[in-house]
Design a protein around this ligand. Structure first.
Ligand code: NDP
Length: 244
């Protein structure tokens, strides 16, 4: 197990990619805290799954879009964990809207969760983060290419990769390594493999299938572990070849 003795905070760890990341980091030996927006049953299920597998996990409700709530979630997690070695900013939202349909509220919500939540959360985590620690941001291939009616979401994810590049340089003196994982289509509640856009999406995926949450979690475990000790400020795209 590559993360024995480490502690990890995964935002948005109740469902989807975040839940898989939390389970995988725990399987690698880390003690894990997750935050979630409101789905207590899903958060409890993630904690239970980790504990049934012999791990230790905690869950805290914290709205990434609300700075006070996000800060409180980070502080509660750090207290429960006794410090943070690995911070994974996974919480994210997407709203479909063309520019003609877009609104200030749709714009603000996506930037508040997907970008400001990371900025607030990382600043809150810094006093608790171990030198030599890791910060991993979940971006998206949408940060590099346009899909229909998701321009603002794309802009948030381009910003995510920019945050990682900047923080990698800011935090290099503490040997805190910061990277972005950019998933392509992954089968979750946010982007179901049997959803409205799935057929159109499938035709654009060279590997011919949606990705599984575990395929993102494995990459996060790698970036969090000892084999990634010289990797910082980069993006790792996992998309079945969509952006190739
Ligand atoms: P899901 O909608 O399946 O899960 C979202 C998770 O984030 C849930 O745990 C949810 O909590 C939490 N969350 C949502 N809003 C907030 C908030 N305001 N504060 C705290 N937690 C919040 O999404 P995915 O697993 O698909 O996506 C996870 C990340 O991966 C996102 O950043 C997304 O943009 C990115 N991504 C996903 C892709 C995909 O194809 N699925 C592709 C590329 C990137 P709760 O359960 O309480 O609602």
């Amino acid at each position: 197990m590559s993360l024995t003795g480490k502690t990890a905070l995964v935002t948005g760890g109740s469902r989807g990619i975040g839940a898989a990341i939390a389970r995988r980091l725990a399987a690698e030996g880390a003690t894990v805290a997750i935050t979630y927006a409101g789905n207590t049953a899903a958060a409890d299920a993630t904690v239970a799954a980790i504990e049934q597998a012999g791990g230790t996990a905690f869950a805290f409700q914290a709205d990434a879009a609300d700075p006070a709530s996000q800060r409180a979630g980070v502080d509660q997690a750090a207290a429960a964990l006794g410090g943070i070695d690995i911070l994974v900013h996974n919480a994210g939202v997407a709203t479909f809207a063309t520019i003609a349909e877009d609104s200030d509220a749709i714009f603000d919500r996506q930037f508040d969760v997907n970008v400001k939540g990371l900025h607030v959360g990382t600043r809150a985590a810094l006093p608790h983060l171990t030198d030599g620690g890791r910060i991993i941001l979940i971006g998206s291939i949408s940060g590099e290419m346009a899909f229909p009616a998701t321009t603002v979401y794309s802009a948030t994810k381009a910003a995510v990769a920019a945050l990682a590049r900047g923080w990698a340089k800011d935090l290099a003196p503490r040997n805190i390594l910061v990277n972005t994982v950019q998933p392509g289509p992954i089968d979750t509640d946010l982007n179901p493999a049997d959803g409205e856009f799935a057929a159109q999406m499938l035709s654009a995926i060279p590997l011919g299938r949606y990705g599984r949450v575990e395929e993102i979690a494995g990459a996060v475990a790698f970036l969090a572990g000892p084999d990634a000790s010289y990797i910082t400020g980069t993006t790792l795209t996992i998309d079945g070849g969509v952006t190739a």
